[in-house]
Design a protein around this ligand. Structure first.
Ligand code: SF4
Ligand code: SF4
Length: 352
């Protein structure tokens, strides 16, 4: 019998779901509560407010997702480890046949929790790394002692034979430790990725952007990582599309907030369909209409932009930053133009 690698199988299912416009992958933020206070974070509260979904409500939503044929759930926060009912939620998800992925800062990992994750066949655990030293890590997280908790959790994960990826959000505070972070992670036998994108908070507060690298610095880091390590930044690439909202949000993916709002993505918090009064099935129809009815305004220049294939601006970036999906943001224009120019200069077919 022909064997298909797990990743290839999931990519195939995902593309089929997109063609059929079926939800296949969901990001579920279980809480905004977090034990860290990262400077770049897009979390609006860092505290679990009373309106967060309780376990019974979460289980009811998970049942609807399973009945609708959703395949993968990525649980995130805040920090998942701050939810005391995480274990029964994960057990229920597994019982319903959903594949589980987790995003965590690893500071609350325990040996018992890792045994549970092994039993539940968790498909992926993505851990954030904010620095390779106490100083840098804690300048990012704002919490004394957090580096020691993170490092202990990471070592436990490394010895647990679980599918772990460690991802570094690169900012003005930690970019000088990117190579050290890579060493730390790879010396533990784990896979390292980095990410250069930061967003405003989900409420549109642009404070996190003050920690964003300039386009020149981003390109310099990309080049250095590529030539030294052969690595590229981790960016979720979506298939090319003529749609105004080009990504997979509302095509085969969506997100749910800790308050039970169904949105295009965690970083694209519309249309805020309320699952505490409605159903996932109806919410999916609302999301599809949100994508299909979105229209560009007179600000929209992308179709005639010469740097489009180098651009990393999503519709959500401008929406979060200035409330208008059509606008080209100066940061992304400069980044795309610089990338474009660099590629032209490096093109071997370019006349001398
Ligand atoms: S660990 Fe994650 S959720 Fe918590 S403050 Fe840092 S970025 Fe935000
Ligand atoms: S640089 Fe601006 S105009 Fe060009 S593709 Fe990106 S967002 Fe559109």
């Amino acid at each position: 019998m022909k064997q298909i690698a797990g990743d290839t199988f999931l990519v195939g299912l995902s593309s089929k779901a997109r063609q059929q416009r079926r939800p296949e992958s969901v990001t579920f933020e279980l809480t905004y509560g977090c034990n860290l206070r990262c400077v770049h974070c897009f979390n609006p509260t860092h505290r679990a407010l009373p309106q967060e979904l309780d376990r019974k409500e979460i289980v009811a939503i998970l049942d609807q997702l399973a009945d609708l044929g959703v395949l993968t759930i990525t649980f995130t926060g805040g920090e998942l480890g701050t939810r005391v009912d995480l274990e029964p939620i994960l057990r229920h998800t597994h019982r319903r046949g959903l594949l589980i992925r987790l995003l965590t800062n690893a500071t609350r990992v325990t040996p018992e929790f890792l045994v549970l994750l092994g039993r539940l066949n968790v498909e992926q655990i993505c851990v954030s790394i904010y620095g390779a030293t106490h100083e840098t890590y804690e300048r990012m997280t704002g919490v004394p002692g957090s580096y020691a908790s993170f490092h202990r959790g990471l070592v436990l994960l490394a010895h647990a034979d679980l599918p772990v990826i460690v991802r570094m959000p690169v900012t003005t505070l930690n970019y000088h430790e990117i190579e050290a972070c890579r060493h730390l992670v790879e010396n533990l036998g784990l896979k390292f990725q980095y990410c250069l994108d930061l967003t405003p908070t989900v409420t549109g507060d642009v404070t996190p952007l003050q920690y964003r690298l300039t386009p020149e610095e981003k390109i310099r880091i990309d080049r250095a990582m590529l030539s030294n390590w052969g690595s590229t930044p981790s960016t979720e690439l979506c298939p090319p599309s003529d749609d105004f909202i080009e990504c997979a949000c509302g095509q085969n993916r969506f997100a749910i907030t800790p308050y039970g709002e169904m949105n295009l993505c965690t970083a694209f918090p519309i249309p805020r369909y309320d699952l505490t009064t409605g159903t996932v099935r109806e919410g999916w129809e609302v999301l599809k209409r949100t994508v299909d009815d979105a229209r560009p305004n007179h600000q929209y220049e992308c179709p005639i932009c010469e740097s489009r294939s180098y651009c990393r601006q999503g519709r959500n970036d401008a929406w979060l930053e200035i409330g208008d999906m059509s606008t080209c943001l100066p940061h992304f224009r400069q980044w795309a133009e610089l990338e474009h120019r660099t590629h032209v200069l490096l093109d071997p077919r370019r006349p001398a």
